[in-house]
Design a protein around this ligand. Structure first.
Ligand SMILES: Cc1ncc(COP(=O)(O)O)c(C=O)c1O
Length: 415
């Protein structure tokens, strides 16, 4: 039966009771049982973000220029702080969006429009040459804008293969992409080498730092190896970086940046032929939650460099303990050399999808990668709480699978 709007409004208590009741069957993310979707640094950071969000709960960032100068200032400052972190040169610009997919979409649109202008071809669409591991948001943007996608196989270390990417470029190529890091394997692509190709061939390079943007700089500051991935690489034209992932800000919040303000202009939608005059937005969305802008600003102010470094230290210690724990289970190995806190691990001895299936039976939502076959964990500090239980269940699951080698996994990798 289709649900109908209730004839009479219900009491607040009844509404909240029902929501809480529905949530009882949700996965237990608070104890690290969900390998993606939710991010946390610590309770204090969560509280600052939440309270700042509710302080500006009603305001709309669409009206930041005309009505809410506070939000305009906060968004400008978020962008300026990030550009400083990403070595943005003089003149570099950016704006907030509602998520990684939107940031990527806007950069692809800017790139396509800029190419149309410089090629003097109003209908040019062209192709993008991207690593196999690039996020689906690139394909989503490409299909929406009729751009051909060329996904190029990875090198043996699971990073993008710059030579293979260069070989796939032709006169119609408008965009190259590298990730910092990619979602599937958690490794940062060789951005400096892709940047050289981009410069040599005069092609736009977008770096997708949706995952790493707000954590990798601090991971490097505390002494872990992080390859150059931002505007310090001369060939990088644009960067996407999500505040609502490892910036530890409330959803929905991401950022997109451009080295050249002339290129950034092509991101903006300007529409004048309707009754209310010029409508100009740099985002795909119209209305945007003012709370998300305020919360991002407040979180960044509250943490500062020292706070983010402290989080990076905790995160990397946890990551190292997971790597150690997984490698200690006979038959399992972490694939590649993860740069931040996304891990994938598999096995030459047991069917890792079957291991994931057994783990799923114990209440762990499985993250899976098809190539190479692996389990996947995008981890923040929720995952420290569940680390010992996870590793114990994982060890037991490998034992179960070893004892029933003929049982075939039916589980499929889905995002
Ligand atoms: C590397 C990368 N890029 C882009 C995205 C898309 O971000 P969102 O889900 O906020 O749209 C993700 C999401 O996990 C990601 O891992």
């Amino acid at each position: 039966m289709r649900t109908k709007l209730p004839e009479q409004g219900r009491g607040r208590q009844a509404v909240f009771d029902q929501m809480r009741d529905m949530a009882k069957s949700d996965a237990d993310w608070r104890h690290g049982r969900v390998p993606l979707y939710v991010f946390k640094a610590n309770d204090d950071v969560t509280a600052v973000g939440r309270d700042a969000f509710f302080e500006f709960f009603a305001e709309n960032a669409l009206g930041a220029k005309r009505a809410f100068g506070s939000l305009k200032r906060m968004e400008d400052e978020v962008v300026a702080m990030a550009l400083d972190l990403f070595h943005g040169p003089e003149g570099a610009v950016g704006n907030m969006t509602t998520g990684g997919s939107e940031s990527i979409f806007m950069a692809v649109r800017a790139c396509r429009e800029w190419n149309r202008a410089r090629r003097k071809s109003a209908r040019h669409t062209g192709n993008m040459v991207i690593p196999f591991s690039a996020h689906p948001a690139f394909t989503k943007a490409a299909r929406t804008m009729d751009i051909e996608v060329r996904r190029i196989p990875l090198a043996a270390d699971l990073r993008a293969d710059p030579a293979a990417m260069a070989a796939a470029v032709d006169d119609d190529t408008i965009l190259l992409v590298g990730s910092a890091p990619c979602f599937p394997h958690g490794v940062i692509d060789p951005i400096a080498e892709i940047g050289e190709i981009a410069q040599r061939l005069g092609i736009w390079l977008h770096v997708d730092a949706c995952v790493g943007g707000y954590v990798a700089p601090f991971v490097r500051m505390i002494g872990y190896p992080v390859p150059d991935f931002d505007f310090v690489v001369p060939g990088v034209s644009s960067i996407s970086a999500d505040l609502h992932k490892f910036g530890f800000c409330p959803k929905p919040a991401s950022t997109v940046f451009y080295r050249d303000p002339e290129q950034a202009k092509y991101q903006v939608f300007n529409i004048d032929d309707w009754p209310n005059g010029l409508f100009s937005t740099p985002t795909l969305t119209g209305t945007r939650p003012g709370g998300a802008v305020a919360a991002a600003w407040a979180t960044m102010q509250f943490l500062g460099v020292s706070g983010y470094c402290e989080i990076a230290r905790n995160l990397m210690t946890m990551r190292d303990n997971y790597v150690k724990g997984i490698n200690e289970i006979e038959g399992l190995h972490v694939w590649g050399k993860p740069h931040v806190s996304i891990l994938t691990f598999g096995s030459e001895e047991v069917d890792i999808f079957r291991v994931a299936e057994v783990m799923s039976g114990k209440g762990w939502v499985p993250g899976l990668v098809r190539k190479p076959p692996a389990m996947h964990q995008m981890m923040s500090m929720f995952h420290e709480v569940g680390r010992e239980a996870y590793l114990a269940d994982l060890r037991a699951a490998v034992g179960v699978v070893r004892q029933e080698p003929k049982t075939k996994a039916t589980i499929k990798a889905t995002y």
